[in-house]
Write a protein that binds this ligand. Structure first.
Ligand SMILES: Nc1ncnc2c1ncn2[C@@H]1O[C@H](COP(=O)(O)OP(=O)(O)O)[C@@H](O)[C@H]1O
Ligand SMILES: [Mg+2]
Length: 320
């Protein structure tokens, strides 16, 4: 992958397996100064694992990472923070009973005569939040603030602990309403303007088009590609994420719908077709004569023989 002077993070050929699961298979990822870079893919695509590798939570099996052109082995989250990389997780994991200011400056509170200097701490927290354009009472217990404001406090803290040049936001908007999301985007744009690079993980495609500059798509642990937002339509993005065209996807959904309708309309399962189970456990069997449904399999779950009289056999239809 080509690297420019503006490249802050350059990950190349990253591999990571968990037992038999190849979570990342030779994935490349780069981040340039002052960009908002969306990281997308279906569940299980490998997004979180890639972030964990970058933030020192897990070690890759292979591949290299360069931060500002310097090769690094990121051993821990503290090490990542020392390199200016900080993460705000989906669930705000701060202390609800402590004040906003305490949460932002925890472990780094200013002291005077051996005691925490509360006035200085509140003033420092206010200054950081002012820098983000966020107006909130820093003396309130964090738990009394809205989720959006707690998110802001978490971002302020992430920036404070790492003097972050790279900020990872893992699904930050999942519990925010439209106004709160807009407020978060204002903060993200402001940080971007100051040269902070943001990795933004989200499931909301509209948000990507609203705020991101580039998109990296992962699928089943492999890199599909990195694209400029302007050069990739929403349809193309979805196709890349799911690995098939929307027409094919629609067909699949229709087949499932049809199958369900068919199952509902036709009384094709007769009681005498069920075999009685002699064992004490539940028996799973294929029902003779059941209709063949495209992309689906049928299992009937039959209660043990002694309970047959009192129980209705249960059916489970699973679609592949
Ligand atoms: N600690 C782990 N142990 C076992 N498997 C894991 C672990 N972390 C992730 N995986 C697997 O790796 C794959 C990628 O997961 P993940 O990176 O969490 O994907 P995403 O964040 O895109 O949903 C999935 O199949 C997941 O089950
Ligand atoms: Mg994830």
């Amino acid at each position: 992958m080509s690297e420019t002077v503006n490249t802050i993070v350059n990950m190349e050929g990253i591999c990571k397996s968990f037992l038999s699961v190849q979570a990342l298979d030779h994935v490349d990822f780069s981040l340039v100064k002052g960009e908002i870079h969306a990281l997308v893919g279906e569940n299980g695509a490998g997004k979180s694992t890639l972030i964990k590798v970058l933030t020192g939570v897990v070690q890759p099996d292979a591949g290299s990472i360069r931060i500002n052109g310097q090769k690094e082995v990121i051993r821990s989250t503290q090490h990542a923070q020392a390199l200016g990389i900080s993460t705000v997780y989906q669930e705000v994991n701060l202390c609800p009973h402590l004040s906003v200011a305490e949460n932002i400056l925890i472990g780094r509170e200013p002291h005077k005569f051996g005691f925490i200097d509360r006035n200085a701490m509140n003033a420092a927290a206010r200054e950081i939040l002012d820098g983000l354009g966020v107006d909130m009472d820093v003396t309130l217990p964090l738990g009394t603030c809205s989720v959006a404001l707690q998110q802001m406090a978490a971002i302020a803290r992430a920036l404070e602990i790492a003097n972050a040049k790279v900020l990872v936001l893992d699904e930050p908007t999942s519990s925010l309403d439209a106004n709160e999301t807009a407020q978060l985007f204002t903060v993200m744009r402001r940080l971007k303007g100051e040269g902070v690079s943001i990795i933004f993980i989200t499931h909301f495609l509209n948000q990507i088009y609203e705020v991101a500059n580039r998109i990296t798509v992962l699928r089943n642990g492999t890199l599909v590609g990195t694209y400029d937002v302007k050069s990739l339509s929403r349809l193309e993005l979805i196709t890349k994420m799911i690995g098939r065209s929307l027409v094919e996807y629609d067909e699949m959904v229709n087949i499932k719908k049809e199958s369900r309708k068919f199952i509902k309309d036709e009384a094709w399962l007769k009681a005498e077709q069920l075999s009685r189970a002699e064992s004490s456990g539940w028996q799973v069997c294929w029902v003779q004569g059941a209709p063949r449904l495209p992309n689906s399999s049928l299992e009937s779950i039959i209660p043990p023989a002694e309970r047959c009289a009192s129980m209705t056999p249960k059916l489970k239809i699973s679609h592949r």
